[in-house]
Design a protein around this ligand. Structure first.
Ligand code: FAD
Ligand code: SF4
Length: 471
């Protein structure tokens, strides 16, 4: 019988059920229940198979979305997982953390009138289910070569690069200064969005596939970059961006003012049992917390503070809600968990008490003016609207700038005017730097961005390396 392509009229979009808010506020665990087999099949069946899959174009790795939705609908999970891995090295991660409303689901033909297909949740369901049922990437046809590539950074870019290399018979040896793989997947994104076990399972699978990991090893400190250049046929740099953007206002260094990432890492370290000393933990229990910023990092901070038992958590952002860079889904989740949002407020100063500790933030109201070079309307302060917001702790989440290593210049690695490594996608070999033996991708090439774009660049760079090595 021919498929009824109008399923979406009768079957509405249903997101996976969330846990009760009281439970969510008290645990560092994912908030969504997994989709059941029948839910996933029913939701996948809503795909119209519209012939021109805008979702696929908008997805940065160009997943074969309609095809694996069809396989999921038919219960052919191993085939769906196999197909999903043809374009994405970490589909279960993207299904959890991609801002789908801005990517695949935002461009789904059904989005405006009927509700987009729940593409992200089904992508997650396919790989989670396949792994549970024992599916593993098929490496039986791989012919091993004698080539070895050093990958610096076990974040999504490095892992994606290693995935393509090992599937083509090249041995990737991945170096990371942290004790676990994942980069910001592990030491940035909190467990309520992505549980740590998901990345740990990937470590096992990559290891089974033949990827070697050298963790707790900082290149430039524990091992010289020159050693890697000497010992490997090529090198991939996927080291991310880690220089914090500062507000440049008074008392920014006062006790009680925290940078977002160290705050999140300290929390993760405690959750994972990696804490060196109890004093490393930054505790918001019982505090009035103000988080400055409106991106994914700010959302992760506010929701972490809620779970630590903060008395109140306010997110102050200088533009309006419409212009917030963070994912709509995560803003909604934060609201449900008790975070208060205050828009159109720009911080001017941190207020301090007699002991020199942070006790508030001076803010000024803003209105949106002309667009900046990126097309986003500039916030303009409204004179006379200055006021103080009381706070025991202020977390600054303004984002990150490139943090190139000081040894890059010694190896002829050229940076652009913003400090990003120059590695063009469409050069002779994709993502090759100005040193022919060295390739790069992810945040350090494009600036702080997304997991899925880092994965795309890592995979493309691996293709560039294979061409360069003539594999
Ligand atoms: P990273 O993930 O930063 O990995 C770089 C790795 O290189 C790290 O493990 C680091 O230890 C290692 N490294 C660096 N220097 C060295 C060295 N000298 N020697 C050895 N190892 C080294 N994106 C989304 O799509 N969805 C989200 O919900 C989301 N939430 C985020 C939340 C937070 C708090 C942050 C900070 C970012 C978030 N992002 C999100 C962005 C996303 O995490 C990044 O864009 C992505 O991780 C970049 O991948 P990468 O591989 O380029 O770098
Ligand atoms: Fe959507 Fe991200 Fe999956 Fe692409 S990788 S289909 S953008 S969730």
């Amino acid at each position: 019988m021919a498929k009824n392509v109008y399923q979406f009229v009768d079957v509405e979009r249903i997101d996976p059920p969330k846990k009760p808010v009281d439970q969510r506020r008290n645990e560092f665990a994912e908030i969504y229940h997994p989709m059941s087999d029948s839910q996933a099949a029913g939701q996948a069946d809503r795909c119209l198979d519209c012939g021109n899959p805008y979702c696929e174009w908008k997805c940065p790795v160009h997943n074969y979305i309609p095809q694996w939705l069809k396989l999921a609908n038919e219960g052919r999970i191993f085939e769906a997982a196999e197909l999903s891995h043809k374009t994405n090295s970490l589909p279960e991660v993207c299904g959890r953390v991609c801002p789908q409303d801005r990517l695949c689901e935002g461009d789904c033909t059904l989005n405006d009138d009927f509700g987009a297909v729940t593409i992200g949740s089904i992508e997650k369901y396919i790989t989670d289910t396949a792994f549970k049922q024992g599916w593993r990437p098929d490496m039986s046809g791989v012919e091993k070569t004698d080539k070895k590539v050093a990958v610096i950074g076990a974040g999504p870019a490095g892992l994606a690069c290693a995935d393509i290399l090992v599937r083509n018979g090249v041995t990737p040896v991945v170096y990371d200064k942290y004790p676990e793989i994942g980069g910001l997947l592990t030491f940035g994104i909190p467990a309520f969005k992505l549980e740590k076990e998901v990345v740990q399972l990937r470590r096992e699978i990559f290891t089974e596939m033949g990827v070697e990991f050298k963790l707790n090893t900082e290149v430039g400190k524990d091992v010289e970059f020159q050693t890697l250049i000497d010992q490997y046929d090529a090198v991939f740099l996927g080291m991310g961006t880690y220089k914090y953007m500062r507000g440049g206002f008074e008392n920014e260094d006062a006790p009680g003012v925290y940078e977002a990432l160290p705050y999140l890492i300290a929390n993760t370290n405690r959750q994972m049992g990696l804490e060196q000393a109890p004093s490393d933990f930054i505790d918001m229990k019982g505090k009035k917390v103000v988080v400055l910023g409106g991106g994914d990092t700010a959302m992760d901070c506010v929701r972490t503070a809620v779970r630590q038992g903060a008395e109140s958590v306010i997110c102050a952002y200088r533009r309006d809600e419409e212009n917030m860079p963070g994912s709509r889904r995560e803003v909604q989740n934060a609201r449900e968990e008790g975070v208060e949002f205050r828009f159109n407020l720009q911080p001017l100063d941190v207020e301090i008490n007699d002991k020199g500790e942070a006790c508030g933030v001076t803010l000024v109201k803003t209105q949106l003016g002309d667009p900046d070079s990126a097309g986003r309307r500039r916030p303009e302060p409204i004179e006379g609207s200055e006021h103080i917001l009381e706070a025991d702790a202020v977390i600054i989440a303004f984002g990150f700038q490139p943090s190139p290593a000081n040894w890059f210049a010694d190896y002829g690695i050229i940076l652009d005017e913003k400090g990003r490594v120059r590695a063009p996608a469409n050069g002779q070999f994709a993502f090759q730097t100005s040193n022919p033996k060295i390739f790069s991708g992810g945040d350090m090439v494009r600036g702080s961005d997304l997991v899925v774009t880092a994965i795309f660049e890592g995979r493309q760079a691996a293709e560039g390396i294979l061409d360069y090595l003539k594999v």
